[in-house]
Design a protein around this ligand. Structure first.
Ligand SMILES: *[C@@H]1O[C@H](CO)[C@@H](O)[C@H](O)[C@H]1NC(C)=O
Ligand SMILES: *[C@@H]1O[C@H](CO)[C@@H](O)[C@H](O)[C@H]1NC(C)=O
Ligand SMILES: *[C@@H]1O[C@H](CO)[C@@H](O)[C@H](O)[C@H]1NC(C)=O
Ligand SMILES: *[C@@H]1O[C@H](CO)[C@@H](O)[C@H](O)[C@H]1NC(C)=O
Ligand SMILES: *[C@@H]1O[C@H](CO)[C@@H](O)[C@H](O)[C@H]1NC(C)=O
Length: 469
């Protein structure tokens, strides 16, 4: 299926039925076998790591510090539960006081109660002094004194991490050197105010263990020197700056400083693995007709099958109908009823609204390229959202179903499609490939018909280019 070079557009329904039957029965067997393998391949003691420093970084080498408070933890623990793996992860969620009810849920990180910070001054007029407590999560996480730590990773209670991609991303760096890794805001104004060189904590950030240990020792002196700063991240950033360390930007971390529908931003993810999403309350659920955490859980179904490919975008063309098909794996497919050049699809469609900030006049100035979100739904591409994901013969099959759009006059041909199936191989790039990533190619398969389209994703050939031939 993957190798098909033909561009024969005539659907053959009997062949299609056969194909569906074969692939679904193989899928079931494949799925059972892989579940079995996962269940029985767990090592006995995951934390007894005895290999040398050269061995690749694993999840067990990371200690997490999650900042929260008793109020927000009650609802946000649902987000943390989505990605937390108790048997492979270490760390704490930091609250200002012990939770009223004794929550000892094994699917959640243990609760640590932050130390008293009332002795430190906080002089920023419009801010909250909890910023000091949150900043000190960095120090208090290091002081948990875990062994065999290579990286400390910090986030908020509404940060959703993609753990395998986090590990793959950190593997690019030598943990024995001093690293401060993360991302800044999507909004120019936020970076202008807080620093382009500061890692925003909603996106999460990583500090190598060698650096974190030094930072923990001197941290309180920084808290004392910077009582006038607003937030927790500024205190961490200033302290690292005094140590002479700058930010290493990784675009897989996402602060998501937008509001409303983040679709356009997610659908045009950069070519690096998705590391985190900051699910703030002003962002709509990422799938229609679902709650915020159900929608995230739905995305994670795909991420659990192929973590590295999640949100990776590829484009292919249907020459017969002159359609442009943009696949954002594990999330959504957009079918344009006309020819669009690939570079014109890479800017983020402005489906989102700007955040309400203090001086609102430039809060719509982003640090990435955007393109118009057409006000008329009939002029937008037809969107298909992820429905299901499964293993099948030779790889992975994701199914996307058409999303209802209020469009009555343009019943152009892509809108007649109900479903799109995408076949792909599990993505498992090594560090060298991650340092120089390349977009994949796709083909519309000849098994496609009027209501159903089938697409295969594959590596591009050496000099292959993505355009309509
Ligand atoms: C919470 O429950 C655990 C296990 O049941 C127990 O060990 C612990 O002491 C309890 N903590 C508090 C604060 O009650
Ligand atoms: C970690 O080690 C430091 C220094 O030895 C000590 O002060 C601190 O209490 C230890 N923390 C824990 C949680 O044991
Ligand atoms: C939303 O979900 C509900 C229940 O799952 C379903 O009944 C309803 O038809 C859905 N609405 C849309 C617009 O898909
Ligand atoms: C934004 O507003 C502030 C205060 O109202 C003003 O000083 C500044 O020049 C404005 N900036 C832009 C880019 O319009
Ligand atoms: C669909 O669009 C029409 C005309 O633009 C509008 O009157 C109607 O309320 C819309 N329906 C929905 C469900 O949004």
């Amino acid at each position: 299926m993957q190798d098909s070079q033909q561009l024969n557009k005539i659907p053959s329904s009997s062949r299609l039925l056969y194909l569906v039957f074969i692939s679904s029965s193989v899928c079931v067997i494949y799925l059972l076998v892989s579940l079995f393998l996962v269940e029985f391949s767990k090592p006995a003691d995951l934390f007894s790591i005895s290999e040398g420093v050269q061995a690749p970084t694993r999840l067990e080498h990371i200690v997490f510090g999650i900042s929260s408070d008793s109020n927000s933890w009650r609802s946000r623990k649902d987000y943390v539960e989505l990605w937390w793996k108790s048997n492979r992860m270490r760390g704490c969620v930091f609250l200002e006081s012990p939770p009223r009810r004794n929550i000892s849920d094994s699917s959640l990180p243990p609760v640590c109660v932050s130390e008293d910070t009332s002795r430190f001054r906080y002089t920023y007029r419009w801010g909250y002094r909890s910023a000091i407590r949150i900043a000190r999560v960095v120090k208090e996480t290091v002081l948990l004194n875990h062994s065999n730590v290579r990286w400390y990773v910090f986030g908020e209670d509404d940060t959703v991490f993609f753990p395998e991609n986090l590990v793959k991303t950190l593997r690019k760096y030598d943990h024995r050197l001093w690293y401060y890794i993360g991302a800044n805001s999507e909004i120019y104004e936020q970076n202008h105010a807080f620093g382009f060189e500061m890692a925003f904590s909603g996106a999460g950030f990583a500090i190598s263990a060698s650096l974190a240990e030094v930072l923990a020792n001197i941290f309180d002196s920084c808290i004392e020197r910077y009582p006038h700063l607003y937030g927790s991240e500024s205190r961490i950033y200033n302290c690292l700056a005094e140590l002479g360390v700058g930010l290493t930007r990784e675009p897989g971390f996402h602060q998501l400083d937008v509001s409303g529908n983040a679709f356009g931003l997610l659908a045009s993810h950069p070519l690096t693995p998705l590391v985190s999403l900051h699910l703030m309350d002003h962002i709509d659920p990422i799938f229609p007709n679902m709650t915020r955490s159900k929608a995230m859980e739905h995305l994670l179904k795909a991420a659990n099958v192929d973590s590295e490919r999640i949100l990776q975008q590829t484009v292919c063309y249907d020459r017969w109908f002159s359609w442009t098909i943009s696949v954002t794996w594990g999330y959504a497919i957009q079918v344009h009823s006309r020819h669009v050049f690939l570079p014109d699809l890479l800017p983020a469609e402005e489906t989102f609204r700007k955040l309400k900030l203090k001086s609102n006049n430039i809060s719509g100035v982003y640090t990435f390229n955007t393109r118009e979100y057409h006000p008329d739904p009939c002029r937008r591409p037809t969107i298909f959202f992820l429905d299901s994901v499964s293993f099948c013969k030779n790889g992975i099959r994701t199914i996307y179903k058409k999303y209802y759009e209020n469009c009555s006059y343009d019943m152009g041909s892509p809108r007649k499609l109900d479903e799109i199936r995408v076949f792909s191989q599990q993505l498992d790039l090594d560090t060298k490939q991650l340092q120089a990533p390349r977009r994949h190619c796709c083909d519309v398969l000849p098994s496609s018909g009027i209501k159903l389209m089938e697409i295969a994703i594959r590596e591009c050939r050496k000099d292959e280019m993505i355009y309509m031939h």
